[in-house]
Design a protein around this ligand. Sequence first.
Ligand code: ACO
Length: 330
Amino acid sequence: MQNLGIAMTGSGSAAPATFLDNQALTELVETSDEWITTRTGIRQRRLAKASETMTELATAASRQAIAMSGIDPQDLDLILLATSTPDDLFGSACQIQAQLGATKAVAFDLTAACSGFVFGFVTAAQYLKTGVYQNALIVAADVLSRWVDWQDRRTCILFGDGAGAVVIQANEKDCLLGFEIRSDGTQNNCLNLAYASEPAELIQGVNVGKGNFQPITMNGKEIYRFAVQKVPEVIDKALFRANLSVDQIDWLLLHQANQRILDAVAQRLNIPEHKVISNLANYGNTSAASIPLALDEAVRQSKIKTGDIIATSGFGAGLTWGAAIFQWGR
Ligand code: ACO
């Protein structure tokens, strides 16, 4: 029998043990707990030690998601890693595959910054909806602390490290109800972690670039405007595809960038506060990881229950943005 639907059957998450609260940040830059809390809602973030890898966090989150789904790692056909901070620029998904012992799975990386989880979920679902694969792991992990300029108060207050994962399985009923994913490269310069080439002369007349990356740069006001305008639009579009109205949504699960963005989007969509999932006070912006990390917490707290309808949306560098409407569980 060919299955043409998908169900999300497991979730997991992981974060480094080290905390950094807003007060501690005042030792680094001129800021205050009050400024950070009122402008962003963030109170603390978790930071990976120099010895901790993105792959370790991603693998820990993946193990939990696989266990919750009740499958065996060897049942996985596909592992899709959404990250902008790979441990290896050639890709880190295969290291996760090896650590999980998911010998049958094809594994590769996908980069779409803070939209990475939504893009990864939608992409993996296509393999299942065509009947090609049965079981897929989408794991999203980022260690942006490696790439933050800790002297730049406009950005260093925002980011934290973490990982989140989900397992999706082929299912008769389709629980991915609608989606819309978008890109606009003309606004690329609003948020970058850009390659910084240092010229190196190999022999006379032959120059190559010696690889390095600049720290994260961001036009905060533009990103704020972009998110508050585009996210409601894309959720509306995905809802239209799902043939659902806003009041049928049980949970609004946005990329955890900033509480003010969450509040403004919810207000524009007329979604009451009690339906908005938010855990950014404890983690900051964990980029691709933020949505599955918040999803997993809500599932484990029994906030999200089987059959609940979730509107999720990621947005960020690229620029990229997207929304997916799905039902939790089978
Ligand atoms: N502490 C104290 N003061 C600060 C800090 C800080 N950490 N950072 C900036 N300021 C100062 C500025 O220097 C400025 O001072 P001035 O008026 O004397 O020049 C003042 O505070 C206001 O600065 P703005 O940049 O205008 O502050 P704004 O109200 O726009 O808030 C913020 C900044 C929080 C970054 C906001 O623009 C925002 O949330 N943008 C969205 C950013 C975001 O979510 N990015 C991530 C999404 S994409 C992804 O996840 C990768």
